[in-house]
Design a protein around this ligand. Structure first.
Ligand SMILES: NC(=O)N[C@@H](CC(=O)O)C(=O)O
Ligand SMILES: [Zn+2]
Ligand SMILES: [Zn+2]
Length: 433
């Protein structure tokens, strides 16, 4: 079926200009057939009201929780949430039960994602069997089954020698290694960064636990020639290390989360698990260094690290509650409002960091909206504001520290392969109706 989307404004990622155009898509080929004015009639017409058309967003760090933790999220609910957030492609982390460490596990994720049909899902498989940090998985077989990267996310690979071997094997297999950098002998039972930990009298998870492992793995990536991707960079020292490594020509890409860009541990007023995330919210100095690194390109992209947990788990006492926040349904509006709206970066640059760059870094098709390309697109309503209300999430996870924040830029239409995967009405215009 062919669909014609009228009434939108296309963002030009090269110069940031907006042009009123129609877009003709076809869900049989999954392609954009034409972009322009006076396009031919289609089987279905979708009428927008001035929303801005962007290439579908891409999130390379999502926890879908299936198999094993379906009470937190399922592939169906997580991908539906992704579509609501404007995402047409996501990569999911393998810290499920069992962990995704075999070709069958990878095939299972792909099958369930196809059945759900809300967005494209790219499995990331374990670096080590069972994420135990002892023996490597079969990288070539995992790649053949469809894994696009390797990660033991949730835990760092503690043993440097094993990590060197992993990077050498990954370089041979042609797979990026996405690291959760955390030296557990330094983080221990820590929950918050130094400031909040001392203020509230709870165990500290120090910046060095992250930065020391990033330093190690940058050197090992240089040695092996592997593509190292650094997950959720949160410290000033880590930003400096990545900047240094890039200048030396190390094959490294890095992501930053919306919460590490927008929140520091100053917001933590009580021992509240809603702020418990790994790596922890850091000092304001770290936050500003991450923002600077993001603006200058040292940190290539935003990834949400969408990590849903049940309300029951998040109501536990701080030390018992799990680490993790949801983010996939709010990342675009939050960063649009608080970075673009605040004059820190252009809309086009934000879109590149949420679509074009992740596509390039992980070798995915997409990240641009053009005739002949995939009909993966999102229309965002930049003129209306909503108040973030977790009860309205499609995700099963409600654990967000952004409850009650106002933001504009919510998606009203998401198309994946030319099919409508999300559609809502515009919200309340800024300043009321
Ligand atoms: N980020 C988190 O705090 N939690 C993640 C694991 C991870 O990304 O390290 C989770 O799986 O819940
Ligand atoms: Zn992690
Ligand atoms: Zn994660």
């Amino acid at each position: 079926m062919k669909r014609r989307i009228d009434g939108g404004r296309l963002l030009d990622l090269t110069d940031g200009s907006l042009t009123g155009v129609s877009v003709l898509v076809d869900d049989a080929s999954g392609r954009v057939l034409a972009v322009g004015t006076d396009l031919p009639e289609a089987d279905e017409r979708i009428l927008l009201d001035g929303e801005v058309l962007l290439p579908g967003l891409i999130d390379v760090h999502v926890h879908l929780r299936e198999p094993g933790f379906e009470d937190k999220e399922t592939i169906a609910t997580g991908t539906r949430a992704a579509a609501a957030g404007g995402f047409t492609q996501i990569a999911c982390m393998p810290n499920t039960k069992p962990p995704i460490d075999t070709p069958d596990g990878v095939a299972y994720i792909r099958k369930r994602a196809d059945e759900a049909g809300h967005c494209r899902v790219w499995p990331i498989a374990c670096i080590t069997q069972g994420q135990r940090g002892e023996r490597l998985t079969d990288f070539a077989a995992l790649k053949a089954a469809g894994a696009i990267a390797l990660s033991d996310d949730g835990r760092g690979v503690q043993h440097g020698g094993l990590m060197r071997e992993a990077l050498a094997e990954a370089a041979k297999a042609g797979l990026p290694v996405a690291i959760h950098a955390e030296d557990e002998t330094l983080s221990g039972q820590g929950v918050f960064d130094r400031g909040a930990a001392e203020r509230l009298g709870v165990p500290e998870s120090p910046a060095e636990a992250e930065s020391a492992m990033i330093a190690r793995d940058l050197l090992l990536a240089e040695r092996t020639g592997a593509h190292l991707h650094i997950c959720h960079v949160s410290t000033e020292s880590a930003v400096s290390l990545v900047r240094w490594a890039k200048a030396r020509g190390v094959r490294v890409t890095a992501e930053v989360t919306p919460h590490h860009l927008l929140l520091s541990d100053d917001v933590i007023e009580a021992a509240d698990p809603v702020y418990k995330v790994n790596p922890p919210l850091r000092s304001e100095r770290d936050r500003l260094a991450c923002l600077e690194g993001f603006l200058d390109g040292t940190l290539d992209m935003v990834a949400t690290d969408h990590a849903p947990h049940t309300e029951e788990e998040k109501r536990k006492p701080l030390l018992d509650a799990p680490f993790g926040l949801v983010g996939i349904e709010t990342v675009f509006p939050l960063l649009y409002t608080y970075l673009v709206g605040a004059g820190r970066m252009s809309l086009a640059e934000l879109v590149k960091r949420l679509s074009t760059r992740p596509a390039q870094a992980f070798g995915l098709t997409g990240g641009v909206l053009r005739p002949g390309g995939p009909a993966d697109l999102v229309a965002v309503d930049l003129e209306s504001e909503r108040v973030i209300d977790p009860q309205q999430f499609y995700s099963k996870g409600r654990n967000t520290p952004f409850r009650g924040w106002r933001a504009a830029g919510f998606p009203t239409l998401t198309l994946c392969g030319g099919r409508v995967v999300h559609r809502i009405e515009r919200g309340v215009p800024i300043g009321g109706r």
